[in-house]
Design a protein around this ligand. Sequence first.
Ligand code: ADP
Ligand code: MG
Length: 353
Amino acid sequence: MMTKGARVRFQSVCKNYGDVQALRDFSLDIGAGEFLTILGSSGSGKSTVLNALAGFSPASSGEIYVNDQPITYAPPEKRNIGMVFQNYSLFPHMNVLENVSFPLTMRKMDKLQREKLARKALDIVRLGDFAARKPKELSGGQQQRVAIARAIVFSPSLLLMDEPLGALDLKLREALQFEIKEIQHELNCTVIYVTHDQREALAMSNRIAVLRAGQIEQVGTPADIYDKPCNRFVADFIGNTNLLAIEPTVGGGIRIPELGVELPGATTTPAASFVSIRPERFSRVPQPTGVAVQVVLQEMIFLGDVVECSAATVSGRIIHFKESRLAGADRLERGQTLYLSINPDDLVFVKDA
Ligand code: ADP
Ligand code: MG
């Protein structure tokens, strides 16, 4: 089943449903073999992107290219694109093998060849022994693996997945995240994956496109998006962070009023009005030296390897920090006064958008 991943280009794609502008000037290039995730909250237009690419709901304007061929208005069956939906959408009256063979039946392939390819796809998702079962005799995770087998049975060069793990519980979701990555490597295809779960996006992707109200806010590697969010919205959406207003000081540095600290040497971009400090960037120190914030410890959440803490600054602002148990988090108590130091290099200045 070796295919070569397709290249995809969205060029100024707009999609309107009546008065609703679901996509506005959406442009994105996706490389051959890439795992690209479209991340956004519910209603941001994620499914609209996939449906326009798969041909289920064509774009209102703009152009979509697959390997440099315009396919914007081609019928879905001419696109050689596999798609997996959140709700599995298996045919209940067909058994597993018939479900997986279905796209091949549509392509008028002969029975022997159909069965051979369907069994191969079932082996890839590790359901070789379940060919004769009906969907209702399978767990949710197994049903979704059947849906994946059905999407890959014709060796598509492009696989679209619309919140495929959304209906599954956490453990299963994490296991299937690995399986999906393995399947991609085995098929050598391009994957465009849709999720509203930022952890899933960070875990699986080569690149992430953050979507907000039908427009891309930022595209980049997971590390780029996490470490260098382009604005307050992205900083807040990806991971947990402390977003704090900043003010310029007379000497050309900045002040963070809610933390009660000044950074004389800090340089920001002129448009920046906030600083994002990740919880893992605070480190507890015994004495207030350097740039340190005095806080009173509020709540602690035990997570096994680390403890997540909330604390109130002198100004009353609640901030969050993380501490490994090795660093002594086990001995902390509510109401205790602590000093949290920040390394000025860890501050990420963002504009308000
Ligand atoms: P997501 O998948 O990110 O949750 P969608 O792409 O499904 O978002 O929807 C984007 C916007 O388009 C939403 O405001 C949604 O209500 C609207 N929308 C989606 N499909 C239709 C439709 N068939 N008719 C009218 N509006 C729609
Ligand atoms: Mg959707």
